[in-house]
Design a protein around this ligand. Structure first.
Ligand code: GLU
Length: 417
């Protein structure tokens, strides 16, 4: 029986294995087992009906060894400190794999945003920003969108922070609207990154993009965008899933049509095309070449890992695969491109956004996309070679790449006091 899933334990187990594989001594990497700073806040919000409600929020800074902490803010009813701590650590590793000059952080509010009006959501976001204001800053900790947050939410955060400072501070958040310093290409960056790594994977195994069958779980900013961009690049999207269930069409789903439908606040279960409605489990187990889990953690676990037919898994979500599932999948010869590499396109373009803000420049979308592809391919090559070299999985390759960079930076900086 798999014990209750704890994302922070999951992170620690992978960290330990990779550190052992690198032959590191405990003292070399022990700092990575503990977040540098954890903040829990109570957020009072005046609701539309005149009552005052208190929400719980978190911001965790896992590491600032390689630069400011960087990472998103999620709004979710199941958000909790252990989850945010794990997500913050994964950001440190993700930024190190991509070799961008950041540490890692993450934030969250325990709330189902669908139960709030727009005004309540804005007041919640602004009050949360005020609560975490003492520990965030463009050189200290830079939030971004994550599950259930978007450019509009980032705009509110940027405005709140700026009002306190007395002047506009665009580089306090990334993923904000273009009009206030957001970057072209940021909205699609995570999904585009998924396609870039899938393309690299196919090159390595000599398989053409045309006709490669893909299933995607999660139709948000990561999965929805990845499925649409990949469809337009020639991949055949055979199954998709969201919170309402799944949809399968072996002949390929027209993702432009489905995306249009979903953008009007519709759910997959209500889509009428040539395919059929199914369960999320059927999407996970469907006949395809690449499975892209792009919703929440713990989607692929000991309970369903054996049902997966796809040979390749490209992790769009953070932490979608448990350690137990990973072992099952590895034994059956599956190849997994891990989250900290596969979904790093978002934070890579966040970094470009921050760089543009600090320089007072605006790049074209083409410049952004070219720079993203270059960075991601370099990271993919490094991870692939390292994994090959050590006869290890791509997950271990990615963790080894990340940990070596952080440990090296830590050694050079030295200890204080
Ligand atoms: N939330 C995204 C992630 O998990 C983006 C973080 C960022 O851009 O800072 O990678």
């Amino acid at each position: 029986m798999e014990k209750a899933y704890n994302p922070y334990d999951n992170m620690l187990r992978v960290l330990e294995s990779a550190a052992n594989m690198l032959g590191l001594k405990e003292e070399d990497y022990v700092v990575l087992k503990y977040p540098e700073r954890e903040l829990r806040v109570a957020i009072p919000v005046m609701m539309d009906n005149g009552t005052l409600k208190i929400f719980e929020g978190y911001r965790v800074q896992h590491s600032s060894i390689r630069g400011p902490s960087k990472g998103g803010i999620r709004f979710h009813q199941d958000a909790n400190m252990d989850e945010v701590k794990a997500l913050a650590a994964w950001m440190s590793f993700k930024c190190a794999v991509a070799d961008i000059p950041y540490g890692g952080g993450k934030g969250g509010i325990k709330v189902d945003p669908r139960t709030l009006s727009k005004g309540e959501l804005e007041r919640l976001t602004r009050r949360f920003t005020a609560r975490i204001l003492p520990i965030i800053g463009p050189e200290q900790d830079i939030p971004a969108p994550d599950v259930n947050t978007n450019a509009e939410v980032m705009g509110w955060m940027m405005d709140t922070y700026s009002r306190f400072r007395g002047y506009a501070v665009p580089d306090i958040v990334t993923g904000k609207p273009i009009e206030i310093g957001g970057s072209l290409g940021r909205g699609e960056a995570t999904g585009r990154g998924i396609m870039i790594v899938a393309n690299e994977l196919l090159k390595r195994i000599d398989k053409p993009v045309e006709g490669t069958r893909v299933a995607v779980i999660g139709m948000g900013n990561v999965g929805g965008v990845a499925a649409r961009i990949m469809h337009n690049a020639g991949y055949r999207i055979v199954a998709v899933g969201d919170i309402s269930g799944g949809y399968i069409d072996e002949n390929g789903i027209d993702m432009n049509e489905l995306s249009k439908f979903l953008s009007k606040k519709n759910l997959v279960k209500d889509y009428k095309g040539n395919g059929r409605f199914c369960t999320t489990d059927e999407v996970i187990a469907c006949d395809c070449d690449i499975l892209v889990p792009a919703a929440l953690e713990n989607q692929i676990n000991a309970g369903n890992a054996e049902t997966i037919k796809a040979k390749y898994i490209v992790e769009g979500a953070n932490g979608p695969t448990t350690v137990e599932a990973d072992e099952i999948l590895e034994k059956s010869g599956k190849i997994i491109v891990p989250d900290i590499l596969a979904n790093s396109g978002g934070v890579i373009v966040s970094y470009f956004e921050w760089v543009q803000n600090r320089q007072g420049l605006a790049w074209t979308e083409e410049e952004v996309n070219i720079a993203l592809e270059k960075k991601l391919i370099k990271a993919f090559d490094e991870v692939w070679d390292l994994a090959k070299d050590k006869n290890a999985s791509l997950r271990m390759g990615a963790y080894m790449s990340a940990i070596s960079r952080i440990v090296a930076a830590h050694k050079i900086r030295g200890f204080f006091p």
